[in-house]
Ligand binder design. Sequence first.
Ligand SMILES: Cc1cc2nc3c(=O)[nH]c(=O)nc-3n(C[C@H](O)[C@H](O)[C@H](O)COP(=O)(O)OP(=O)(O)OC[C@H]3O[C@@H](n4cnc5c(N)ncnc54)[C@H](O)[C@@H]3O)c2cc1C
Length: 390
Amino acid sequence: MQNQTRSPHATTEVLIVGGGPAGLAASIALRQRGIDCTVVEARSPAADKACGEGLMPDSRDTLAKLGVTLTESDGHPFRGIRFENSMHSVDAHFPHGEGIGVRRPHLHSLLAARAVDAGAHLLFNSHVQFPAATSDSTSSGAHSTALVNGGPLRFRWLVGADGQASTVRKWAGLDRARTRSLRYGFRTHYRVAPWSEFVEVHWGRGGQLYVTPVAADCVCVVYITRNPRCDRANILANFPEIASRLAGAEVVSQQRAAVTASCKLHRVASDCAALIGDASGSADAITGEGLAISFRQALALAESIQSGSLEPYRCAHRQIGKLPHAMGELMLTLDRWPALQIRAIRAMATTPIFFRELLHAHMGEKALASVLLRRGPRFGWNLLTKRARA
Ligand SMILES: Cc1cc2nc3c(=O)[nH]c(=O)nc-3n(C[C@H](O)[C@H](O)[C@H](O)COP(=O)(O)OP(=O)(O)OC[C@H]3O[C@@H](n4cnc5c(N)ncnc54)[C@H](O)[C@@H]3O)c2cc1C
């Protein structure tokens, strides 16, 4: 994809800093409403990132609203989620639809192509600076100026889509945050045919290893742990079953690392600046919902900007994050307490309906509170007493 240029002294309605999934999704959603926007991205197109690469059915559905329909030629489908530890396993299918594992560079290319198609201006390998606040009033409202690749670009709205370590967040004074957990993800791809119709989450003492099918001959393996100094070269040693499945398989990507945070910001928007995606806080990666959250936020943000106020976006952002944060907290509790994790997976294996309904709640198909109320007592009883069937 060719880099686009903007003439000096150009003006854009919305300046988006960061062209990862969130920034590109925002540009598409804005263009769907006819709003002019420019994305400034530091890296090249088809950017890679350590990620589990799984898009759940709800993520796929939201992406389709942005005009990107993923088919089997884009990756590999999966039909549900399996939790497993060294003793027990439990799985459930999605209530409807299929998830799909898609390599990050491919997803990035699809989003960028769609953004260009929709009329967004994309500036790759570019950088932005914010000189001391320069704001001027015009007939169309207040504008500010940023330096993009050294040249001025005037904008009305600023969107920070610049990821976990967002500089826009600091620049816009929105960096007051509550971080509940920081974990580290290590991702590698192996050339092997997927052996399961599920995304498998293997629970170990130090963290979780999850396996996503991404092609007919490739799986993406991510280990998430609280320990940044874990033995990165020997992660599989703690997961003998996966080690034996991957024995002899060619490693087809360099191991990549990334931080995943469970983090909520005090505010995600000021009068004319808004944050989106990981820049706006995140649920732990184990929820598998990071991309879906970004896509939903993109749709809400575009609607809010069109209305002339970022207040609706603030409310929508809170709403979008509620369920993933709640599910993330449940799973982080199991991560913090390995003895509880062992008992919980054992109990879910004896109460698979509880696991199934939790997954349906995770997909937004059932209310989490009603699942906990209805199935929780039985699960709690099994947690304290029962032994799982072999
Ligand atoms: C280990 C791990 C596993 C995960 N697994 C999954 C999963 O299976 N499914 C799922 O849905 N989600 C998953 N996630 C979450 C998902 O990866 C993120 O939620 C998603 O990448 C957020 O997109 P983003 O655009 O906000 O941020 P990013 O993907 O981080 O993109 C930010 C972009 O901004 C650019 N940028 C930064 N600063 C600047 C600057 N100053 N100027 C210009 N550009 C800048 C960067 O180059 C980057 O391209 C996982 C995350 C981790 C860490």
